[in-house]
Write a protein that binds this ligand. Structure first.
Ligand code: ADP
Length: 254
């Protein structure tokens, strides 16, 4: 794979206290530096704006009102990008922010503009970091979860591989957080079939997707010939291991 999209879930990006996990971003920057030096290209899709907003303005965290949520995202997005910018620059990597909504993928001219910007950034060696534009996203124009945003972005860019960094090693036959005997599924070639076989339990508190959106994202990118991998984001060197062909998570390709 030469063109790789890496999606980072909220739980991967934060620590136990709900703060941005700087150590994780540092690890990620090491991995990306390595990949870039091998001549590969990377686009990041990052969640975590809202949780970063909560950790910045803690006293708002209990409000469930939509405008408070959007305000928290507006605060957290800056915190998030600040962390990426500082830490990536230690590895001489420039980053750029791209905020998108569903509309951006629906209109030809907008899609073309995004694609041109994306290609320009990447040609110049900059790492684009994509997130949903929560400030303008009311339900009607929302993609809703970053697994799908990552899938749409992968297709738009023409990626060779989409990697979802999750808090879980891969997709299991049942939720491993509730079942000790859950078994990981290393390869999925039939998403429809697997949906009937596995038990998709509760999603995590801050991840909005869960396993069903990961499967939906896989179905979407697979249609365009792009494989999708689900791996544990916080495991050291996980991206390199995956790219070297190690069996480190779930690979979905049908
Ligand atoms: P992220 O935001 O890190 O991408 P999500 O919270 O959206 O992750 O989804 C991953 C979570 O889905 C896991 O932490 C796990 O608790 C839950 N889950 C439910 N059923 C399964 C399953 N069959 N296999 C793996 N994870 C599962």
């Amino acid at each position: 794979a030469k063109k790789i999209v890496i999606k980072i879930g909220s739980s991967t990006l934060t620590d136990e206290e709900g703060n941005i996990d700087k150590e994780f971003i540092k690890e990620l920057s090491d991995e990306i530096r390595k990949i870039v030096d091998q001549g590969k290209k990377v686009v990041i899709v990052s969640s975590g704006a809202r949780i970063a907003g909560v950790s910045t303005i803690g006293k708002w965290s209990r409000k469930e009102d939509i405008h408070y949520k959007q305000a928290l995202c507006a605060i957290g997005q800056v915190e998030l990008m600040d962390s990426y910018r500082r830490i990536f620059w230690e590895k001489q990597l420039h980053v750029a922010q791209i905020l998108l909504t569903k509309d951006d993928f629906g209109s030809k001219s907008r899609t073309l503009n995004i694609r041109n910007t994306l290609f320009t950034l990447i040609d110049e060696g900059v790492i684009p970091i994509i997130n949903e534009n929560d400030t303008v996203s009311v339900d009607e124009i929302k993609i809703g979860d970053n697994d799908m945003l990552a899938a749409y972005s992968s297709v738009l860019w023409g990626a060779d591989l989409l990697i979802l960094l999750s808090d879980i090693e891969g997709i299991y036959d049942k939720n491993p957080k509730d079942h000790e005997d859950a078994e990981i599924i290393y390869e999925i070639n039939d998403v429809e079939g697997i949906k009937k076989e596995i038990d998709i339990g509760q999603k995590s508190s801050f991840g909005t997707g869960g396993v069903s959106t990961k499967l939906k994202a896989a179905e979407h990118v697979n249609k365009f010939g792009i494989p999708l991998a689900v791996v544990k984001g916080k495991e050291k060197g996980i991206i390199s291991k995956l790219l070297e062909g190690e069996k480190v998570g779930t690979l979905i390709y049908e």
